[in-house]
Design a protein around this ligand. Structure first.
Ligand SMILES: [Zn+2]
Length: 144
């Protein structure tokens, strides 16, 4: 089994806010990130798939197809958007790096199963900055 990773970049704006809290509580917990005008980041996304090397092609997956899926499912939706206002899953999910990793997993898992036979999504890594990233390996297995 081989792990294969592809990167993509996008820029997006966000802010952190919990509607259940007062403005004071949001400011206390989220600091500058609670400014509801938002601020931007240049994000780097890494998507890792796992599978066996096809003895005929030498590939785990068709990398062009993986790139196309990352763009159609994630980059085209997030790039140059205000995540809180323009991306549906962040209407009720604070667009932290952690939640973005989960959301990207949810966007990619089915399309990868459908379009990349023999490969499984292994990890989604989202860099908000060079020194800050979140990894998501999918929901915990039932019973583990
Ligand atoms: Zn931020």
């Amino acid at each position: 089994m081989i792990l294969l990773t592809r990167k993509a970049e996008f820029a997006a704006a966000h802010y952190y806010w919990n509607d259940k809290w007062s403005p004071e509580e949001n400011a206390r917990v989220f600091g500058k990130c609670a400014n509801r005008n938002g601020h931007g980041h240049n994000y780097t996304l890494e998507v890792t798939v796992e599978g066996d090397v096809d003895p005929v092609t030498g590939f785990v997956v068709d990398l062009k197809k993986l790139k196309d899926l990352m763009h159609s499912e994630v980059v085209d939706v997030y790039d140059h958007r205000h995540l809180n206002h323009e991306v549906p899953e962040f209407r009720d999910r604070i667009p932290t790096t952690e939640n973005m990793a989960i959301s990207i997993w949810e966007r990619l898992q089915e399309p990868i199963l459908k379009h990349l036979p023999g490969a499984n999504l292994h990890r989604v890594r989202v860099y908000e900055m060079a020194d800050l990233f979140a990894d998501y390996y999918g929901p915990a297995e039932v019973g583990s």
